[in-house]
Design a protein around this ligand. Sequence first.
Ligand code: NAI
Length: 779
Amino acid sequence: MSVSEIYETMDYGTAPENAADALAWLVDQGSRFGHFIDGAFTEARDDFESRNPANGNVLATLTQASQAEVDTAVAAARKAQPKWAKLGGHGRARFLYALARLLQKHSRLFAVLETLDNGKPIREARDVDVPLAQRHFYYHAGMAQLMETELPDAEALGVCGQIIPWNFPLLMLAWKVAPALAMGNTVVLKPAEYTSLTALQFADICVQAGLPKGVVNIVTGDGAVGEMIVQAEVDKIAFTGSTPVGRRIREATAGSGKALTLELGGKSPYIVFDDADLDSAVEGLVDAIWFNQGQVCCAGSRLLVHEPVADRFYAKLRARMAKLRVGDPLDKSVDVGALVDPVQVQRVTEMVAANTSGEVFTAGDIPATGCYYPPTLITGMNPADPLMQDEIFGPVLVSTTFRTPAEAVELANNTRYGLAATVWSENINLALDIAPKLVSGIVWVNGTNMMDAAAGFGGVRESGFGREGGWEGLAAYTRPKTTQKPLKEITAFSGSGTPADPIDRTAKLYIGGKQSRPDSGYSAPVWGKSGDLLGHVSLASRKDVRNAAEAAHAAKGWSKTTGHLRAQILYYIAENLAARGDEFARRLDAMQGAKSGKSEVDLAVKRLFTYAAWADKYDGQVHGVPIRGVALAMKEPVGVIGALCPAEAPLLGLISCMAPAIAMGNRIILSASGPFPLAATDFVQVLETSDVPAGVVNILTGPQKDIAETLARHMDVDAVWSFGDKAQSETVERASAQNLKRTWVNNGMARDWDGAEGEGKAFLHAATEVKNIWIPYGE
Ligand code: NAI
C-alpha cells in the first residue's frame, strides 16, 4: 500500500497500551477496597463491583459506606482541620506540591487505571485527565502559598463534603480537593460508584506524601452515601453531577448554613459562522462532542450552523465522522471509547429512539460487545425538540441552522442551561460581539473544551453556581474572617387611632418606574415608637412581585450601559438624597424611635459614592492559561436580583443592596424593611428625580415572608439576597432550587451595616458572574 493510499483509507494498526501494571496494582491491593478514613484504609467488604465498561470484566470490589463510616470520616476531617489550617500556607503548599509530584510520578498508572475503570480512550486519560489533575495541584500549591498575603481576610470554611461524577474521576477529584486543601479545609470525598479506583489510588499517594491523617477522607458508595454526606456535619457541599440531583442537594441543604457549589449539566451551543475555517470547526467538533464519548458537562452538544455553509459543513462533518475510530479504549489509536456503564448506553439509546425529528447519521463500526455507542449526528432539528433541550451525555450531536448572528444568539440561549458555548468565525469583531451575548459561564472562540486551573470553570442558570479554578474558585472554599452574632428580631411599633388626614396617603409600590397600588388592595399602618401613626404602606401580593420581575426583566438595556453612565446616575441619586437629608433623617428617627437618622443618611450617601466609584473599576482579569492565547475573565451582571433588605437600617440597608447591584448593571427588586418601610417609599421620589430608567429599581413593601418565596421561585429572577431572619434564609434557598438561582443569605446572622461588612467586594462578587472567554492566537 502506498503512503497516499494509507492517508486515503486511514487504515491503521492497533497500538495497545499495556494494562499489566495497573491490573497488578489492583491485585496488590487485594482487588477489594474499603474506605480511606483518617489516614488508613478500612476493612473491605464486597458490597459492589467496579467493572471495565469496555469488556464487562470486574476490576475490583468496593464497599458501600454505612452511616457510621460516613460519620467517622467526617469526624476525622473535623479533628484534622484546625491543625491543617494552622500549618499555614507554606506548610500546605509543600503537601500540595508533593501530591502533584506523586501524581506525575505515577501518571501512567493513573491514566491506565482511569481508562480501565471509565472506558475513556487512553490518549485522553494520558494527555488530558491526568496532566490537568497534576496542574490543579501545582496551581493550588501556589494558592496555598499566597493565601496569607493575597487573601488576608479569608479563612477556611472547615470540613468540605465533596461528591463527584464518573466522567472525569481523577480530574474532578483534583478540582475539588486541591483548592479545598490549599485554603485550609479538610475533605470527605465520594467518587461516583462506577469509577472509584483512581480516587482510591489517590488515597494511596496521600499516604506516600505523608499527608496528615484525616485531611483527605474518601468514602465509596452510591447516591445514598452522597445523601449521607449532604446531611452530615460539614461546612460545605461541593457537587458535580446531574441537575436533578443538584436540585435535591439545594433543597436538602436549605437553611443549614452549609456553603454550596453546584456544577451541573449543560447543553452547550457550538456556533459555526459562514466565515469560519470549516475544517478546523469540524476538528473542533471531534473534541466538543466525541471527547470522552460526549460524557462531558460542557460538551458542544448543540450544533448551530450558518445556513449558507450548512450543507458543505455537514458533508465535511459526516466524512470526518466516518473516520472516527470507536473501540478498545486502551488502544492509543482509538478516538472514541466505551460509555461508562450499560445504564448509560441504555439511557442514550432510549433518548435517541424517542426522537422523531431530523435526519440521523451514525458512523463508525462499534465492537459487538462492551458499552459502545456510535458517534451520531442528527440534523434538521427544531429548537423545542427534547433532544435539543435535554442533556444526552453521550456521543450524540444535534443540529439546526441559523440565518443571522442575532438568530444564532437567540437559538444558543434557548436553553435552561448556561455552562459553555463555542463560536467559530474568522471575524474577530463578530466573535467578540457574540461572546458577551451568550448566556454561559465559558465561551471558547475558535477552539473548544479548553480548561485550565487558572481559569474558573462553571455556569449560570440550571448549570449551577460557583466556579472551580482561578482566583474566583477560591471564594467557594473560604469565608471572610468575622465573628457574627445572631440577628436580633425587630418588631414594628404598634398603635391605634385614626389618621387626622382624611385623604388616603398610602405609599404605593414602585414597579417599572411607576408608583402603583398593590394588586391585593391592602395596606397597613406604620406606627412610631410612641404609638403615633406615621403613614400607610401597600402590601405587595404575589402578582406585584411578578409584575416587578417582569418590569426588571424588561429593563435589560441597563445591563448594556457603561460603568461610567451607571456611576453618574449613582452620584446623582446620592446628590438628590443628600439634598433631602434632613427630611430622611427625621423620617428615620420617627420610625425607629432613635436619633441615628442623620448618621444613617450620611452613610447612605457615602455608600452611594462608594458604588459609583466601583461602577467602572471592578475589573475583570486576563488569566495566564497555558495556551498561545488568553482567557478573558469578564465580570457580567447576574441579571435580575431580588433583595430582601434588612429590617434594621431601613435606608442604609436598602442602599447597601441597591447600589452595588445597579452599579454592576443588574436590575433589582427591593423588598423594604418590614417594620420600618417608609424610608423606602420616600426614596422612590429620589429615584424619580435621578434619571434611573424604569424597571431598573423596583420597590415593594409588605411582609417579606410572602415576597421571599415568590421571588425565589420566579424563573425570571436570577439571584436572591436575604438579610432577614433564619427562616427566611431557608425559604429562599429551598424555593430557589426550582431554577437553581444564586442565593446569598445571612442564615439569621447580623451584619454591621454601618461598617466594613455593609459594603465592598462581597457585594460586588454577589452582583456579578464571571464569564471566561478563551481566545487562542494564531492561524
Ligand atoms: P448523578 O448526578 O446521579 O451522579 C453524580 C454523583 O452524585 C455520583 O457520585 C452519585 O453517587 C451522587 N449522587 C447520586 N444521587 C445523589 C443524592 N441524592 N445525593 C447526593 N449524591 C448523589 O449522575 P448519574 O445518575 O450518574 O448520571 C445521570 C445523568 O446525569 C447523566 O446521563 C448526565 O446527563 C448527568 N451527569 C452530568 C454530569 C456533569 O458533569 N454535569 C456528571 C454525571 C452525570
